[in-house]
Every structure is written in structure tokens, then in C-alpha cells.
Design a protein around this ligand. Structure first.
Ligand code: ACO
Length: 322
């Protein structure tokens, strides 16, 4: 049986940091409210002219260096993002052009905050079936570009960044399983209202920004993430005690605590970046993974549970033997 193994990780954050105190000057909020409701203390924000692809490129270059591979070794690029640089070419192609990769399939997919888990699931399937040997998988976003900076209910939550992994075929696991889901019945709880086909007219009216019924999203997310933890463990005939590290989507510390509680995991075994990055959507899981790999917490052989939940709704998980 063939598996894919993570052989390199990387991340890239914009230089500019926006603290909660900075936001107090923009909207009617307080550092105390943001910290206590979300766990966020600061977030990075792309500079004018800095794009999602710039961040993705930085993360991929780091991951490829860690994996000790060059452009000719890459057989596929899959990038999860809701905030692409342009409508087309897709961001995979834009990345190829920057990295000097010619020929292999490169594409982006859009699953909001679950984008990286979806991308990882797709790439893993190609590796497992033998069509691809080495794949680059990315989650990259500039969500600060699509929030309403007058709406305190959303603008305090999001940040920009990119994370990437390189996976390669191996006889040993590796990625043990991935699980991805969606339910469009929830399309009106978290969305961005306009687009190419519908038109961008609302932009002029100032309503063209992320819309979220936060409280309702929160409840469904906690419930759904609890279920996906069970699904993932059952699929691998494992118990809660078999997981070494939880690497959750970094949307809200209270949501993460609820999932950790469900797993019976102490918070010391949960990788947390929400305080420094805010919610970076598809970038949050691969960036958290990279943080804990590089600071030495995650060791080869550890069992990792990656999970995410986002607009759509979409949700997913990956069980990984690192
Ligand atoms: N500062 C101060 N007060 C605020 C702020 C703010 N930044 N934002 C909202 N409030 C106020 C509200 O107006 C409300 O006031 P009221 O009681 O006078 O009406 C009060 O705080 C409570 O608001 P709630 O929305 O009920 O607060 P809640 O505890 O639910 O926290 C939050 C809001 C943080 C958004 C939470 O609901 C949440 O994290 N939801 C999930 C977000 C998420 O995970 N999204 C999924 C991923 S994102 C993606 O896919 C792109």
C-alpha cells in the first residue's frame, strides 16, 4: 500500500502586525473583548500590493527547502484559497511561473477555512493511487482584503498568511486518512455576497464584505468538529489517547478548547497560533503545523489530528503520522 508523507513544511506572514490596540482606534472595540471572546491578540496584514500569491510563494519556497526538493521534483500543486490574486490563471499556475515549474497539474480550490484540508485530501489521493510522487499543498489567504473595516463583528477576527507542505509517496504512513464534508444548507450563515458572475455592484454600496452570523456559526462549528474527531478516530480504529497533537483551525480559542475537551487533550498538546495570527482561513492549519514542526514540539512518528471548519459550510480533518 502506498501512502503520502509530509517531508517539508513552510509558512509566510506579511511583515505588518496589527494589534488589538490598533483596532481600538478603528472600530468600537476593546483588547479585552477581542481576547476574551476569540483569544486573538494580533494578526498580520498584507501590505498594499502584497498578494496571496506572494505569501504562498514564500511558504512554498520554505517547504521545498525543508523537503530538500527542487522545481523538477514537483508533480502537482494544489492550493486552497478564497482570496486569489486574480480570477485566472489559477493560483497554482501563478505559483508555477514564479517557481519555474513546467507541466504538472497546478490548481486552486475554494473551501473557505477548510481549503488546506480539502487540498491535502485531493493531493493525498493522487499520491496514494500512484499518479503523483511529490505534491506541494498550500493554504494561502489575504482575508483582510474582503472584510468591512467598519464592522467590529468581523474585522477583528481575520489575518493574512500562507502555509505549505510537501508530501511524497512512501511505503510507510504518512497521512493515514482524510475526511472532507460540506453542507450548502448553511450558505447564509457565513459568506461573501458578490463575485464575477453575480457582479460587484454592492462594492459601491459598501456592503461587499464577509458576512457572518458569528454566534450561529460558532455553535454549528463546535458540534461539527466534535463529530469529525469521532469520525477520524473510528476510521483508524484509534482512541482519543492515541493522538499526540491537535492542530486545529485557528478561528477562536473557545472553539479550539471545546474540541480539545472532546478529545480529552490538555491544551499543552494543542498547537495554538490564534493569538498571533488571528483567523487566516485556509492558511491557519498549515501555518500552525509549521510553527510546531520548526520549534521542535512535533517529532517524527507523532500522530497529528488536523481539522478545519469554514464557510459553506465546509469541514474536514486529516490524521497524520508525522
Ligand atoms: N468588540 C466589542 N463588542 C463586539 C465586537 C467587538 N469586536 N463584536 C461584536 N460585539 C458585540 C456585539 O455587538 C454584541 O453586542 P450586543 O450584545 O449589545 O448585541 C456582543 O458583542 C455579543 O456578540 P456575539 O456575536 O454574540 O459574540 P460572540 O460571543 O458570539 O462572539 C465571535 C463573536 C467571536 C464572532 C464568535 O461568535 C465566533 O468566533 N464565531 C465563529 C467564527 C468562525 O469560526 N467562523 C468560521 C471560520 S471563518 C471562514 O470560514 C471564512
Amino acid at each position: 500500500m502506498k501512502y503520502s508523507r509530509i517531508i517539508g513544511t513552510g509558512r509566510c506572514l506579511p511583515d505588518k502586525v496589527v494589534t488589538n490596540a490598533d483596532l481600538e482606534k478603528i472600530v468600537d472595540t476593546t483588547d479585552e473583548w477581542i481576547r476574551s471572546r476569540t483569544g486573538i491578540e494580533r494578526r498580520h496584514m498584507a501590505a498594499e500590493g502584497e498578494t496571496t500569491c506572494d505569501l504562498a510563494e514564500g511558504a512554498v519556497r520554505e517547504a521545498m527547502a525543508a523537503a530538500e526538493i527542487g522545481p523538477d521534483d514537483v508533480d502537482m500543486i494544489v492550493i486552497g484559497s478564497t482570496t486569489p490574486d486574480q480570477v485566472f490563471p489559477n493560483m497554482g499556475c501563478l505559483l508555477q511561473a514564479r517557481l519555474g515549474i513546467h507541466g504538472p497539474a497546478a490548481f486552486s480550490l475554494e473551501a473557505a477555512c477548510s481549503g488546506f484540508i480539502f487540498a491535502l485530501s485531493v493531493a493525498d489521493k493522487y499520491v496514494r493511487c500512484g499518479d503523483v510522487k511529490t505534491a506541494v499543498v498550500v493554504g494561502a489567504e489575504t482575508l483582510t482584503r474582503i472584510v468591512d473595516w467598519n464592522d467590529r463583528g468581523t474585522c477583528v477576527l481575520f489575518g493574512d498568511g500562507a502555509g505549505a507542505v510537501v508530501i511524497r509517496a512512501d511505503d510507510e504512513p504518512g497521512i493515514l486518512s482524510t475526511h472532507i464534508h460540506a453542507d450548502g444548507a448553511y450558505k447564509d450563515l457565513l459568506y461573501f455576497p458578490s463575485g464575477v458572475s453575480k457582479g460587484f455592484d454592492q462594492l459601491k454600496a459598501g456592503a461587499d464584505a464577509v458576512q457572518m452570523r458569528g454566534n450561529e456559526v460558532f455553535k454549528v462549528a463546535v458540534n461539527t468538529l466534535g463529530q469529525i474527531v469521532d469520525e477520524t478516530l473510528e476510521a483508524n480504529s484509534l482512541g482519543k489517547e492515541d493522538i499526540d497533537w491537535l492542530i486545529p483551525h485557528q478561528a477562536n480559542i473557545r472553539m479550539i478548547q471545546a474540541t480539545a475537551k472532546k478529545l480529552g487533550m490538555p491544551m499543552e498538546r494543542v498547537v495554538l497560533t490564534v493569538q498571533d495570527h488571528g483567523n487566516t482561513s485556509a492558511a491557519s492549519v498549515p501555518m500552525a503545523l509549521d510553527v510546531a514542526v520548526r520549534d521542535g514540539r512535533i517529532q517524527r512518528g507523532d500522530r497529528l489530528l488536523l481539522e478545519a471548519f469554514g464557510g459553506g459550510f465546509t469541514w474536514g480533518s486529516a490524521l497524520v503520522r508525522y
